[in-house]
Design a protein around this ligand. Structure first.
Ligand code: NAD
Length: 217
């Protein structure tokens, strides 16, 4: 496929362009905070950047009638409104986490939370020192899956790609559900899966990565 990468010079941009080129796909539009270079027609736009880039991303999708895979975090409600509007004309896949493990956690946590209704629960997320937003988008997804308001703690240290732990406890015991991303590659592979879904499906709509994995998990 021909694809556009918004945030191509970033940590995720590098990982994604490497993974997509290993799969034989061609980068034809590159965008980052320094501008845009266009040298082909993208079928899919991938955005792992900053919320400030969303306007550029949506313009690219409209200009080329391209679907969108967006993993950028710290999006606000107005950003989601803009994405839902875009999804009336092209397919949009959005997730704050493109790993399979976290999406499996999101499936089991509502049941666990329900079984452990009267236990305490807290979330700890740990990321590299350069991460700009806190709590992480993934911590927000995990918290929403518990269907109750729980304290969330953010640790910024070293080069950790992303660790998330949900701890349940009563006076005599604890249960921890933990996800550890060994490398950023896992998110790039998820973004590739989402882009391939868009190419096959082509139907406009707003999809989460969990929905795409349905049946595949
Ligand atoms: P980074 O700081 O290394 O890179 C950010 C990129 O965005 C750079 O290329 C920068 O030039 C570009 N950028 C910044 N402002 C821009 C603008 N106004 N217009 C166009 N481009 C702009 O960050 P990163 O670690 O690569 O992470 C990027 C995003 O992906 C973050 O929001 C991060 O939280 C998110 N992320 C999501 C997942 C997921 O699975 N959904 C996984 C990892 C990271």
């Amino acid at each position: 496929m021909n694809y556009a990468m918004v945030g191509y010079s970033g940590k995720m941009g590098k990982e994604i362009t490497e993974t997509f080129s290993e799969a034989g796909h061609r980068l034809v539009v590159k965008a980052d905070e320094n501008g845009i270079e266009e040298f082909g027609t993208p079928e899919v736009v991938i955005d792992f950047s900053r919320p400030e880039a969303l306007k550029t991303t949506i313009e690219l999708c409209k200009k080329y009638s391209a679907g969108l895979v967006i993993g950028t975090t710290a999006l606000k409600e107005e950003d989601f409104e803009a994405l839902r509007e875009l999804s009336k004309t092209v397919p949009v896949v959005q997730s704050f986490n493109f790993s399979i493990g976290i999406n499996v956690m999101l499936k089991i946590l509502p049941e666990l939370s329900n079984l452990l209704k009267d236990w305490d629960a807290e979330i700890i997320e740990t990321h590299h020192r350069f991460k700009k937003d806190a709590p992480s988008g993934t911590a927000i997804l995990l918290k929403n899956s518990l269907n109750k308001d729980v304290p969330t703690h953010s640790v910024r240290i070293g080069g950790i790609p992303g660790d998330h732990v949900v701890i349940f406890g009563n006076l005599g015991e604890t249960i921890e559900i933990k996800h550890h991303a060994i490398s950023r590659k896992v998110f790039a592979i998820g973004a590739l899966r989402a882009a391939e879904f868009i190419l096959k499906n082509k139907k406009p709509g707003f999809y989460t990565f969990s929905q795409i994995l349905e049946g595949g998990i």
